[in-house]
Write a protein that binds this ligand. Structure first.
Ligand code: FAD
Length: 340
């Protein structure tokens, strides 16, 4: 087995989180990982640190401290103003080799996924992608990553005994968003990086920002499956009345009934709503991982044996084309009564 760039013998007992940012704000997934990282670091009596890469990112150090990081390792360079995989890989690689943290966690976002893969290869270590949970073994400081495998048929617990850093990516919404605290001050360590303009082969020509719908933060999720038969208008109306968002299983997305960014599940968004209303959805594992953190699940399905009913708190055996219009009419009526 190939040895990693550094080993458990020379690791620093620290949990590092990649501090992804946009428009002068830390991304929520980084804050979620700081919350989980803080809990795990406290259990072991270890340090929690954030890795911040960019140009003129010093204001973000304060933000990171408010999520109770002991250290922020900051790599500042004019060539790191925009994300480029070459520049950010080089910056993170140099910082990790200098500090040798035991654990390095990143959000499973498009850029950080790319970064994590490249770093794992350079550091000759392993990477557990899209973890659904993380914990540390107190006796030996090994990270246990929960990952669904074999097409979702099993949940695997993966450990890295000899390779460092122990790397994992986690999708937005898997861990709760912690509240910032005032007055927590850690240490900021600046790391130099050797970067030349010729090292960066990508150039940003234009920046386009999407509409900003975030299913992972929705408090009410109205999700539709194949049983909805493409009639998502009634789901949007129910979601509007309940101030929620509409999600979907993979088949209606593949069939073009709804945008891909609304897909919930293993290859979609992981949601943690207060209420998830699942309409015409069978309850395949790949979908259920996207709603299992919901406080309450209501399922509507014509098939009384549908697996979704095993996860649901309220089970409605019926046709969505009859149940949803009745529910919408009842909600409208009750709202009129409240406003009268
Ligand atoms: P079906 O399984 O076809 O279920 C439709 C349900 O609707 C049935 O239970 C039926 O009884 C009910 N029904 C039919 N008519 C009505 C009606 N009129 N009223 C009420 N109920 C009705 N899927 C995802 O959703 N998200 C993912 O991220 C995802 N990732 C995947 C990743 C991999 C690697 C693989 C292999 C698959 C993935 N899938 C994903 C697909 C997943 O395995 C299922 O095939 C999918 O979730 C099924 O969607 P469904 O429940 O809408 O459809």
């Amino acid at each position: 087995m190939v040895a990693s760039a550094y080993t458990p013998q020379d690791e620093d007992k620290a949990i590092w989180v990649y501090l992804e940012h946009d428009a002068d704000q830390l991304e929520d997934v980084s804050k979620e990982l700081l919350g989980k990282g803080r809990q795990m670091a406290d259990e072991l009596g270890w340090k929690l640190a954030g890795l911040l890469i960019g140009h003129q990112v010093e204001p973000l150090v304060e933000q990171a401290f408010s999520y109770r990081v002991d250290q922020v390792w900051m790599v500042e360079h004019v060539l790191l103003k925009d994300f480029s995989i070459e520049g950010f890989t080089q910056a993170a690689y140099q910082a990790l080799l200098q500090a040798k943290p035991s654990v390095f966690l990143l959000g499973a976002t498009p850029n950080a996924r790319d970064l994590a893969g490249r770093l794992a290869v350079r550091l000759r270590t392993g990477l557990n992608a899209d973890c659904t949970d993380l914990r540390m073994v107190a006796e030996n400081g090994v990270l246990v990553s929960e990952v669904s495998g074999f097409g979702g048929g099993v949940l695997a617990l993966i450990q890295m005994a000899e390779h460092r850093p122990q790397m994992a990516t986690v999708r937005p919404g898997v861990f709760p968003l912690p509240e910032p605290v005032a007055g927590f001050v850690g240490e900021c360590i600046t790391v130099g990086v050797n970067l030349q303009p010729g090292d960066i082969h990508t150039q940003i020509l234009e920046r386009q920002v999407g509409e900003g719908m975030d299913l992972s933060r929705a408090e009410v999720l109205v999700a539709g499956g194949r049983g909805v038969e493409g009639d998502f208008a009634m789901l949007f109306e129910l979601a509007r009345l309940l101030k929620g968002e509409v999600g979907a299983t993979r088949p209606p997305v593949d069939e073009g009934h709804i945008e891909r960014e609304r897909q919930v599940g293993q290859t979609g968004v992981v949601c943690s709503p207060k209420i998830a209303i699942c309409c015409g959805i069978s309850g395949a594992f790949h979908f259920v991982v996207g709603i299992e953190k919901a406080d309450m699940v209501i399922a509507i399905n014509t098939d009384p044996q549908a697996p979704i009913f095993d996860y649901a708190d309220y089970c409605i055996v019926g046709d969505v084309h009859q149940v949803l219009p009745a529910l919408i009419a009842e909600l409208r009526r009750s709202m009129e009564v409240v406003h009268a």
